[in-house]
Design a protein around this ligand. Structure first.
Ligand SMILES: Cc1cc2nc3c(=O)[nH]c(=O)nc-3n(C[C@H](O)[C@H](O)[C@H](O)COP(=O)(O)OP(=O)(O)OC[C@H]3O[C@@H](n4cnc5c(N)ncnc54)[C@H](O)[C@@H]3O)c2cc1C
Length: 435
């Protein structure tokens, strides 16, 4: 049986994978299951949310069935990637209103994780722009879900990590743009307090994101480069033709140590000299900086890595983030890239991650003692009223999940109502008590 894993390359499981190319094929795969199944897209979730003994790979549902160029409405298969979608839509002047940091995810994966981008503080999650989707249930019935039809199922499926059924097709509302150029302003923040102040002062900017140096202690702890962005009026609508470089092998684990990581962080921070600078960049560089390095997840070596993404509510902001960052810095395990974003208000979906506050993502190479550290961090996140992002998670405990996602029981009720409980399940679902 094939070996399969998520983007973090941990955990690794043996699974039977079916790859249907149309709804009857999906129906047959669901019907003939010996055990619960989980749908899978591009496998860009980091942990075990798209892992199970039986997997239905939905990438074959990859057609665009309708595109209204006037209204910016597009109807496409669950397996269409954001990259494919942009290839269709950008030359016509339409962009994704919300996009994660990679375009190599499927529409269904983006809905199932209810992903957020660098503009959550203004635009909310991906689901804000989902008009409707067709969902195949356990008994092969297909229901159209929207804010007006099967509303309970809509709010459970969006952010529901594939546990309610299989998304077949979706209609999305796009955002008009007149150029693929982004006007970027970069600020240097000398510490975490300054970084948070800059986020708040520029709350009206369309996009904001900060890279945090998580290797430095003392008064400079949390020093950061904060990037703001606005779609430009100039430059035209052609998508940049980017060459991708590849990581051809697993980087030996000893190459990545606190000295190399510290050096990288130092260089990254000091490559910008002025306190404020402005640049014109293409949309690929602004939205998808890591997509240019094919297989960058191999940089962390054979054992893989975990991405730890948490949110702390706004009122806990500086205090909560300082407490967590201090623990991360002192552990000396921090990563190349720690990314901080501002999140706006929570939505109605039962398991969507964002709550109003700040979210930090940190990569940790998988090594002994890491789980203990992350369990300690979980406790602090919970004490401040925060939570961990399911799309990145590979190890959160059931009690942590249930305390921080208080609507999990409602979620299970909806799953039970539509017969999903014994049909759709993942390694993650079993671990966090959603089986
Ligand atoms: C470099 C990088 C940057 C990222 N940046 C961000 C970011 O900025 N913001 C953010 O929110 N996320 C981000 N992510 C996470 C990523 O957007 C999500 O994990 C997304 O869900 C991955 O989509 P996928 O197609 O790869 O789905 P998979 O990883 O294959 O699956 C993810 C979930 O979707 C479910 N699913 C897949 N297909 C279907 C279907 N047809 N029907 C129902 N459920 C389905 C699966 O069961 C699983 O639970 C990033 C990931 C990477 C690797």
């Amino acid at each position: 049986m094939p070996i399969v894993h998520g983007w973090g390359r941990y955990p690794v499981v043996e699974a039977e994978i079916r790859s249907p190319v149309d709804p009857p094929g999906i129906a047959a795969a669901v019907k003939s299951r010996a055990r619960p199944v989980i749908p899978r897209g591009m496998g860009r979730s980091y942990g075990d949310s798209a892992l199970s003994d039986q997997i239905i790979d939905c990438c074959g549902l990859n057609g665009v069935s309708a595109f209204d160029f006037e209204a910016g409405l597009i109807r496409c298969g669950a397996g269409v990637t954001l990259s494919d979608l942009l290839t269709h839509s950008v030359p016509k002047g339409w962009f994704l209103p919300v996009t994660p940091g990679t375009k190599f995810v499927t529409i269904a994966g983006a809905i199932a994780s209810d992903v957020h981008g660098k503009n959550h503080h203004l635009e909310g999650c991906f689901s804000e722009f989902v008009e409707s989707f067709d969902l195949m249930l356990a008994g092969n019935e297909i229901l159209t879900c929207s804010r007006h039809q099967h509303v309970d199922l809509f709010h459970a499926t969006v952010g529901g990590m594939g546990l309610t059924g299989i998304i077949l097709e979706a209609t999305l509302r796009l955002k008009p743009i007149s150029s693929t150029v982004v006007e970027q302003i970069t600020f240097k923040a000398r510490n975490l307090q300054e970084a948070l102040h800059l986020f708040d002062a520029h709350e009206a900017s369309a996009y904001s994101v900060a890279w945090i140096d998580c290797m430095v202690t003392g008064p400079a702890m949390g020093r950061a480069l904060l990037m703001l962005g606005e779609h430009s009026e100039f430059g035209g609508l052609s998508l940049p033709d980017k060459r991708r470089i590849s990581v051809p092998f697993d980087v030996p684990t000893q190459t990545l140590n606190r000295f190399s990581i510290k050096a990288f962080n130092w260089l990254y921070y000091h490559r910008i000299r002025q306190a404020r600078s402005s640049q014109r960049v293409d949309c690929e560089s602004f939205f998808y900086p890591l997509d240019g390095i094919h297989g960058w997840n191999r940089l962390y070596g054979k054992r893989g890595f975990l991405q730890y993404q948490f949110v702390v509510p706004k009122h806990a902001g500086l205090e909560g983030l300082t407490a967590l960052l201090k623990q991360i810095v002192e552990s000396r395990r921090g990563s190349f890239l720690a990314v901080l974003k501002l999140l706006g208000r929570a939505n109605q979906n039962l398991l969507s991650f964002p709550i109003e506050g700040y979210t930090l993502s940190v990569d940790f190479k998988l090594e002994d003692g890491l789980f203990e550290l992350l369990n300690e961090l979980d406790a602090v996140v919970l004490d401040y009223g925060g939570r961990i992002y399911l799309a990145k998670d590979a190890r959160m405990k059931e009690a942590t999940f249930k305390r921080s996602y208080p609507r999990w029981m409602q979620f299970q009720e909806v799953r039970s109502r539509y017969g999903a409980l014994a049909t759709f399940s993942s390694r993650q679902a079993q671990r966090i008590g959603l089986d």
